[in-house]
Structure formats: C-alpha cells, structure tokens
Design a protein around this ligand. Structure first.
Ligand code: SAH
Length: 226
C-alpha cells in the first residue's frame, strides 16, 4: 500500500501508457496525438532508472520530472517523448542538444538513430552524463561542458536542435546553426511564468517560422561561465 502511495509501482510499461494518454489529451495543441512507433520504441528501450540518483530509482518510471542534484531535474517522460517527436529525427540525423542534464533525452535521441552533440553548463553533470552514455552503449553521443547559448559551431550545421531548459528568447546562434529544412524545439519564457514549447522551422530561404506547441515548465537556461 505504502509502495503504491509512493508511486513505486510505476513500471516501464505504465510509463509508456501514460505517454500515450498524454499524447492523446494534448494532440489538439501539439498536432501529434499519436507518437511515431520509432519514438515509442526509443522510450521503451532507454532505461530511465539508469539516469536517476539511487534514492529516486523507485520512481524512475513515474511520468513526472525527478531531481538529479545541482538543483536540476530529469524531464517528464511525456515531454522527452514529445520533444523527440517534434524533432522528426531520421536515422543518421545530426542533432544538437542544449542541457544534457543526466543524459536521458540524449539517449532517447541516440535510440532514434541520431548522432547527438550535447552541451551542459554544469561541468560535473556533463562529465557524469558523458560517462553514463558511454557505459550504456550510446556511443553516438558526445557531451561537453559549455554555455549552450553559443551552440556548437565546430559541428554545425545540424538537422535538428533541442533545448531542454527555458530560454527567455530564442538564441540567434542556434537558429544560425540549423540546416535549412531543420527544426529547433525550445521552451521559451521566464521561470515561474508561463513558458511555451516552440517548434521553429528554418525554411530553405533561411527565414524561420515558429509555432507554439504547449505550455511547459522547465528549469532556466542560464548564462554560464563554463
Ligand atoms: N535533457 C535533460 C533535462 C535537463 S534539465 C533530461 O533528459 O532530463 C536542463 C539542463 O540544462 C540542466 O542540467 C541545466 O544545468 C542545463 N542548462 C541550463 N542552462 C544551460 C546553458 N546555458 N547551457 C547548457 N546547459 C544549460
């Protein structure tokens, strides 16, 4: 009973069911009421328990964010799946991620066949995530410490860019590092105020078009010194 109250009964299967339900309920806004088989398969194969601290493991498959230390969180599984879905990742795609955190979203993108370049402002999180991703066999991921506002110019351009912390405005360097036809998925807004997930498509002529997808709650994209 206590186990149940604490949510310790959530399993990988119940997490997938919760994602399917949330996708259906938000489909009117997101335009994606059913996620692709590839995204659902990636969510099924990546072991979320391997990305959370020991004391959070009983809750690893709850459909909610969890603390990972340093005042940061592992994102809600539904939001991880939604962002992967909105990126329309093709196998072999080169993806830039800003906000590695524990590396869970990175692993989901790898499971979709992407090569992922991930930037994390907290150095210890970056090195821990890099080691974890390597140990779990996600060799197509490279994580480094740095301020993601600058993107990763040496590896640009990217087929897709995902930002997993809330920016007050869209960093111009990220749009610049996107291939024409590519898309940027980013929460925009202030912390403790309404943030909106945006999907920004860069057109072949270099102009871009932003669509607001869903209200969300992310930790802030900080201006780091890393
Ligand atoms: N992608 C993670 C979520 C990480 S939470 C997941 O799969 O669960 C957001 C992360 O963004 C935090 O680790 C935070 O330290 C990082 N972050 C905040 N500002 C940043 C910046 N300017 N550049 C890079 N990372 C940043």
């Amino acid at each position: 009973m206590l186990r149940h109250l604490l949510g310790a009964s959530a399993t990988a299967d119940s997490m997938l069911e919760a994602i399917v339900r949330d996708a259906r309920e938000t489909g009117g806004k997101t335009g994606r009421p059913v996620f692709s088989d590839a995204v659902m398969e990636a969510m099924r194969t990546v072991p979320r328990a391997a990305f959370v601290p020991e004391m959070e493991k009983p809750f690893a498959y709850e459909n909610r964010p969890l603390p990972i230390g340093h005042g940061q969180t592992i994102s809600q599984p539904f939001v991880v799946a939604l962002m992967a879905e909105l990126l329309d990742v093709e196998p072999g795609a080169r993806i830039l991620e800003v906000g590695t955190g524990c590396g869970y979203q990175t692993a989901v993108l790898c499971a979709l066949g992407a090569t992922v370049y991930s930037v994390e402002v907290i150095e210890l999180l970056a090195t821990t995530a890099a080691a974890r991703l390597e140990a779990l066999g996600y060799g197509q991921a490279t994580a480094r410490a740095g301020d993601g506002h600058a993107g990763w110019p040496e590896e640009a351009p990217f087929d897709g860019i995902i930002v997993t912390a809330a920016a007050t405005s869209v960093p111009p360097a990220l749009v610049a590092q996107l291939k024409p036809g590519g898309c940027l998925v980013i929460p925009v807004g202030r912390v403790a105020k309404t943030q909106h997930l945006q999907r920004i498509e860069k057109r072949v002529d270099g102009s871009s078009e932003a669509k607001t997808v869903l209200p969300v709650a992310f930790v802030p994209l900080t201006r780091g010194q890393a």
